[in-house]
Ligand binder design. Structure first.
Ligand code: URP
Ligand code: ZN
Ligand code: ZN
Length: 463
């Protein structure tokens, strides 16, 4: 016998309609009005929206970075994700220089083993194409790692040169995978940073003030130009500014397969309103790219509304304020870069997007679930409410009030980037492959139930 979710309103990227959803085992079997009860276990979803589980395509769990390791591991991070209505993440394995990508893949599989609470995929961060790097990329695609991240920033750590980027793009033009680009001109930024430090500017705010939006826009433009020359698609991660967005929009207007995501922090926080403590407190918002001036926010929302931006992910990369951010107390360049957000993405985008009239409910579903599923080779297994799809479903109460706070959140980090934000709309029940894993903010299942997702390379199928 199955599970029959009755009386709810199904919301997909395309439409909103009253229907019952029949789940058998791990899979959705039927979606329509009037499915007979036939002895199924019935769940009453009166007053609730039925959404496809959220997909966060950009997380960093248990990641060594900035002299420390991100504070959430695969257990605490994916549990927090589930509580917030996200049922799939795509995290990043990191190839260590001079080593094979397979070693990194094995390492990240081990990090997730016995811990992941929801299903997860992996991108591979490429740091070195060396002698076997291009074949390694094909090997990764065979393992379901259908996307690679390259860095145009963080010189001496993760940054690669244009030749490496171009070769990687050419390889994906052949193997059908997708290059995700951290687009900032790292060499120029490094000069500005060194000049700031020499002038005694060591406070956290200088992290933001030494990374101009033009440095982001220039790198986005260069990344897209290299992708065009290679005949490959490109996906810009954590896009933060109007200047950068203009580059993506122009490329898409020319018909190029250029895609981009932004994150809640760039849509809702700003240098003026958030990093205004004139103290080390500002380190809570040190991530890269940094917060921007508030005037960028409406442009990013416009970009989401008009599909110049396709996805909202979190770039969840938490570091505790007390014992990790503090590493940079005398020098902003030593503050571990990253912020927490995996738990609050759906609440924040629903409230500030849908409730405040910036995007429709269907667009909310598209940018938080369906579009990342399509772009990252998970659709229609994930990101859809349709017969045959995984039964990853969120019963969403659009009227539930919630105040975001580190005092109550599940993420293993001692502060919230959105402390005190009031949101209306929250996950009431969350199903992952047919199992009820969250009810009223409580995780009900065990760690280790989440499965690795072998993602399909999209090949030439980019529109
Ligand atoms: O500050 C950030 N974004 N940390 C995570 C690494 C990255 O660049 O995505
Ligand atoms: Zn990045
Ligand atoms: Zn990131």
């Amino acid at each position: 016998m199955g599970l029959l979710i009755e009386n709810g309103t199904v919301v997909t990227a395309e439409k909103t309609f009253p229907a019952s959803v029949l789940v058998e085992g791990k899979t959705i079997r039927d979606v329509r009005a009037g499915i007979p009860r036939d002895g199924h276990t019935v769940v009453d979803a009166t007053g609730l929206l039925i959404l496809p589980g959220g997909i966060d395509a950009h997380t960093h769990l248990d990641m060594p970075f900035g002299g420390t390791t991100s504070a959430d591991d695969f257990e605490t991070g994916t549990r927090a994700a589930a509580i917030g209505g996200t049922t799939t993440i795509v995290d990043f394995a990191i190839q260590a220089k001079g080593t094979k990508m397979r070693t990194a893949l094995d390492t990240w599989w081990k990090k997730a083993e016995g811990k992941a609470c929801i299903d997860y995929g992996l991108h591979m961060i490429v740091t070195d194409l060396g002698t076997s790097g291009l074949e390694d990329m094909d090997d990764m695609v065979r393992e379901g790692v259908a996307s690679f991240k390259l860095f145009m920033a963080y010189p001496g750590v993760l940054m690669v040169d244009d030749a490496t980027i171009f070769k990687a793009l050419q390889q994906t033009a052949k193997n059908g995978a997708l290059i995700c680009m951290h687009a900032e001109n790292g060499s120029v930024i490094d000069v500005i940073v060194q000049q700031a430090l020499a002038a005694g500017k060591t406070a956290p705010i200088y992290h933001a003030l030494t990374r101009p939006t033009v440095a982001e826009a220039e790198a986005v433009q260069r990344a897209i130009a290299m992708a065009e020359m290679a005949g490959a698609p490109v996906y810009i991660v954590h896009l933060s500014s109007e200047d950068a967005l203009n580059q993506v929009r122009e490329a898409r207007d020319r018909g190029l397969p250029a895609f981009a995501e932004t994150c809640p922090q760039y849509l809702l926080l700003s240098i003026e309103e958030t990093m205004n403590h004139h103290s080390f407190e500002d380190a809570k918002w040190v991530f890269t790219p940094p917060l921007r001036e508030k005037k960028n926010q409406p442009k990013l929302w416009d970009g989401l509304r008009h599909d110049h931006l396709q996805v909202v992910s979190t770039d969840h990369c938490p570091f505790c304020f007390a014992d990790q951010k503090i590493l940079g107390v005398n020098d902003f360049t030593k503050i571990p870069n990253g912020g927490p957000g995996i738990e609050n993405r759906m609440q924040l985008i629903h409230h500030h997007g849908v409730n405040e009239g910036r995007i429709s409910l269907n667009r909310f579903v598209e940018i938080t679930s369906t579009a990342p599923a399509r772009i990252f080779g998970l659709y229609p297994k994930k990101g859809a409410i349709a017969a045959g799809s995984d039964a990853d479903l969120v019963l969403w109460d659009p009227h539930a009030e919630h105040v975001i706070s580190a005092k109550t959140h599940a993420m293993r980090v001692d502060y919230s980037m959105f402390e005190g934000f009031r949101v209306r709309g929250n996950a009431r029940q969350v199903y992952s492959r047919g199992e009820l894993v969250v009810e009223n903010g409580k995780y009900l299942s065990k760690a280790g139930r989440g499965r690795y997702l072998r993602r399909a390379a999209r090949g030439g199928a980019w529109q």
